[in-house]
Design a binder for this molecule. Sequence first.
Ligand code: PMV
Length: 302
Amino acid sequence: MTVSARGIGRSKVILLGEHSVVYGQPALAAALGLGVRVRAEQAERPSLAVPAWGVEVGPGEADDLSRVFAALLAEAPPAVRSARLIVDPEVPSRAGLGSSAALAVAMIRALASLSGETLSDDEVERRAGLAETIFHGRASGIDAAVACRGGALRFVRGEPPRSVGCPLLPAVVAQVEPRSPTSEMVALVGRALEAEPDRIGAIFAEIGVLVDSAVSRLEAGDLTGLGGLMGHNHRLLRELGVSTEALDDGCHAALAAGAVGAKLTGAGGGGCLIALAPGCDEAVEAALSPRSLWVRRVLLGS
Ligand code: PMV
C-alpha cells in the first residue's frame, strides 16, 4: 500500500450571481488557480494538522474541523482510517473564497489516493457536500462543485453544473476587510425580500439575465463585455445591501488602475472583491495592496 499521497481542491470566486443563486437564479463561478493541498500519510492514529493556522485535531473532537475529518474518514476505505493529513492552504479561510470546500475535496482526494480508491467527480462532490453541511449548514453547493471540477461553471441550485469553455482570465482577488458570516448576509437579503418582494425579486431576475449574458461573453472571450456585466452586478448587490464602503472603494481603485470590471465576490458584508485585469494585473494589484488584508494576482478558470 502507498505510504504517502496528495490531494488538491480548488478555491473559487463567484463572477456573477451570488445571493440570487439562493433563490433559483443561475450563477457563474470560476476556480481561482489557488487552492488547498493535503498530504496523507499512513500513521498509527488519525490526525489532521494545518501548520499555517497552528491547528492540529483528531477526528473525535467537538469542533467543525474534527467533525468533518471524522465524516470523511468514515467515507474512506478502512485501511486509511488512521491516516495523518497535513494541510497547506493557499487562500485565507473565512474570506468567501471557498476554502472549506477546497479543503474537503483535497482531504477526500488525498485519502482516496492513499488507499488506491478511484473516485468519480460526482462522488468527490457528494462527500464534499457532507463536509460543507457541517461547516455551513445548508449551502447552495457552488463551492463544492468548483472545488471538485475547476474551470468555470454555470451553476443553478439543484441542477448539475455546466462547464463554461473559456480562456484563463487574468484577475486580482483582494480581501479588503474581514467579512460577515455568509448565513447573516443570506438572512439580511431574505429579510429585504420579505419586506419588498417586488423590488428585490426584480433585482434577482435582473442578475439572472446578467449571468446568462456573462456566460455568452465569457464563451466568446469578450472580457471587456464580461467586466461591464460584473460592474452592473456589483451595483445590484449594493442595492441588496451587501456591499460596504471598503468593497465599493476597492472596486473603484481597481477600475481606475485599468481593470475592465470589478465587483464584490461571495456573500459580501466585507470580504473579497474580484477585478478582471487583462494586461494590467500588476497595476491593479499595486492599487489594491494598501487597501487589502490579502491580495493575489490569479488566473481564473484554471
Ligand atoms: O460563502 P460565500 O461568501 O462564497 O457566499 C456564498 C454565496 C451565496 O450566494 C451568498 C450563498 C450560497 O450558498 O450560494
